[in-house]
Design a protein around this ligand. Structure first.
Ligand SMILES: [Zn+2]
Length: 282
């Protein structure tokens, strides 16, 4: 993760982090990243997915696909709230974990982050934390309004005490659908940036207009999480392809359709995040 993020920093781009629920989606992410010669992408596994019966095979699949990819890949357990789950994912080979104590009292958030950093350090892995709370639901898309915002001075204290390597900010971003016209507090982002020197992550990029995402990257965001839009793309492709696939039981077609739909959605995000063709006609 540190090398991947450093490569993006050097390019003036941000790393796309994409939640994957299966092989088809992950293959779509990697196809888009390889075609674009990305500086690297992050394949994320949600805690709900990882705790499900398919969690371990999914993690193993993401690690194997990442290993074989032609671009740098890091696999991250997203939004984990327990040290036991974090330890399991690290033992399973995840290169990064997000220790999310954002809904806990401050001191407990610090404690969770410190525990995660201790577990990750022993395995050479990377820990992302969240301060303030990014509202909304990661698994079920519904409208959400911004949660509590990140306090810049507290962020500096939080990182100094926890030793975490990446901070997810809450600056008006939400998971799922935006209840109102999305707005990011770019002045707050600048204040956080001035107080901390670790990479900043922006969750809830689905539904954020391109100019806001570009402004966030210019303001120091180095990692951008996308989930909701990919789920929509995959489910729309499945719904459209199901009647024809059902005729003749062509299951293979549905997998290919999911992969294609996710690849297209990710390609659009990478064009924005990686900014390699800024100024070129689109
Ligand atoms: Zn998130």
């Amino acid at each position: 993760m540190p090398e991947l993020l450093a490569a993006h920093r050097a390019r003036g781009s941000a790393a796309g982090a994409f939640t994957c629920y299966g092989m088809e989606g992950a293959a779509g992410v990697l196809r888009a990243a390889e075609r674009r010669e990305s500086a690297g992408v992050i394949l994320m596994i949600s805690p709900q997915a990882y705790e499900s019966e398919l969690g371990e095979p999914l993690l193993a699949t993401l690690l194997a696909l990442g290993e074989a990819a032609a671009v740098p890949v890091c696999v991250e357990l997203d939004h984990a709230a327990s040290p036991a789950l974090i330890e399991r994912a690290l033992d399973g080979g995840a290169g990064a974990v997000m220790a999310d104590g954002s809904q806990l009292p401050y001191e407990e958030n610090v404690e969770l982050a410190r525990a995660a950093v201790g577990l990750a350090a022993a395995r050479g892995a990377h820990v992302e934390v969240e301060l303030g709370h990014v509202a909304g639901d990661e698994e079920v898309a519904r409208a959400a309004a911004a949660g509590s915002l990140t306090d810049p001075a507290q962020a500096a204290d939080f990182l100094a005490r926890s030793g975490a390597a990446c901070l997810a900010v809450s600056i008006g971003n939400v998971h799922g659908h935006y209840a109102a016209e999305p707005e990011l507090d770019l002045a707050l982002l600048a204040a956080v940036r001035a107080e901390v020197d670790v990479p900043l992550a922006l969750h809830g990029a689905s539904g954020l207009p391109a100019p806001l995402i570009r402004a966030a990257i210019d303001g120091g965001v180095l990692k951008i999480n996308v989930n909701t839009e990919l789920r929509a793309a995959a489910l729309d492709a499945l719904a459209a392809g199901l009647p024809a696939a059902r005729q003749g039981l062509r299951l293979l077609r549905l997998g290919a359709a999911t992969c294609d739909a996710v690849a297209d959605a990710v390609a659009a995000k990478l064009a924005l995040f990686e900014q390699l063709d800024l100024g070129a006609p689109t």
